[in-house]
Design a protein around this ligand. Structure first.
Ligand SMILES: N[C@@H](CCC[C@H](N)C(=O)O)C(=O)O
Length: 310
């Protein structure tokens, strides 16, 4: 299910050796994470360039079937860490909820603490986060993603495109979606990155997520492409979801996608504002709360797949 296609990655000049490169996942959403804090490193090209070495590592058989993204940890004055994320096709992901949660766990390990509270910075803002280890030694990390936006320009969304129906009052944009013979309405919004949420009557396993996701991701309505989620409402506090991520393909879980679904379905009156919603995805359950003051919190399990340094 994970897209490999790691031929276009940032070129990173690393002047010091021994840079920790680890594989992590948040509910199955897998990343190659490079710790460049305190090192002399610069990103030579922001987006499209070849880094065969990193690509080879990402696809190396001993590391499993590839990763859903490359994530850098960088120094940031006044915060614990800055993050930068690339999709497997070399495009930038301005924010990645599951990667932020993995980094929270990484820093908790580093501090040898059973709980940790910290602040990260992404391309779209500051993210307070906390992590804790449960009685079985499993980690749960929670991060504040930020606020949702329905502004067409920042999504971006071409509101003149034929599939765009209208904006729902002060909420997401309604976009016509054809699923073979069935016409449905998706809801477009940003949670720092662009999402199209397609509510379904039945389970998302009934939908050809790869085929429809790939075509919607590249709809001309979304000039920077879009992450596409197919979502079934199970109860007022439970969703079932599959996401086709921009630049990656279908992934086992998408943190920002889970947040976008909760916002979209709260604005339609289906979910209750402020409640913790469980989003069931193939890789596990994510918890999302859209607080009454407009902040999105994302929680769930994280796993360090690379053994920690001794
Ligand atoms: N897996 C992510 C989102 C990663 C970025 C996305 N593919 C994009 O291009 O916007 C998450 O957990 O949020």
């Amino acid at each position: 299910m994970r897209a490999i296609g790691a031929s276009l990655w940032p070129v990173i000049e690393i002047e010091s050796t021994g840079v920790p490169i680890e594989r992590w996942n948040g509910c199955g959403n897998a990343f190659q994470i490079l710790d460049l804090r305190g090192r002399s490193a610069k990103i030579v090209s922001g987006t499209i360039a070849r880094a065969p070495d990193l690509a080879r590592r990402a696809a190396a058989p001993e590391r499993g079937a590839g990763v859903d993204g490359l994530v850098l940890m960088l120094d940031e004055p006044g915060a614990d860490v800055r993050t930068a994320m690339w999709n497997p096709d070399g495009s930038r992901g301005a924010i990645c909820g599951n990667a932020l949660r993995c980094i929270t766990h990484w820093i908790a390990d580093e501090r040898a603490a059973a709980t940790v509270a910290l602040e990260m910075v992404s391309d779209v803002g500051r993210h307070p986060a906390r992590a804790r280890r449960d009685g079985q030694g499993h980690w749960h990390a929670e991060v504040r993603l930020g606020r949702a936006s329905f502004d067409a320009e920042s999504l971006p969304l071409d509101t003149g495109h034929g599939s765009v129906v209208a904006q729902s009052a002060g909420g997401p944009w309604r976009v016509a979606v054809d699923l073979d013979s069935e016409r449905r309405e998706g809801l477009a919004l940003s949670v720092g990155n662009p999402h199209l949420i397609v509510p379904l009557e039945g389970p998302p396993t009934d939908v050809d997520v790869v085929r429809h996701g790939a075509s919607l991701e590249r709809s001309a309505a979304f000039p920077d492409r879009v992450n596409v989620s197919f979502v079934q409402v199970v109860s007022p506090t439970e969703l079932r979801q599959r996401t086709f991520e921009r630049g990656a393909g279908e992934t086992l879980a998408c943190g920002s996608g889970a947040c976008a679904s909760v916002v979209a379905l709260t604005t339609t009156g289906t979910l209750e504002r402020g409640a913790q919603v469980t989003v069931h995805m193939a890789g596990g359950d994510l918890g999302v709360t859209w607080t009454r003051d407009g902040e999105l919190w994302l929680s769930g399990a994280t796993e360090r797949e690379t053994p920690p340094p001794q």
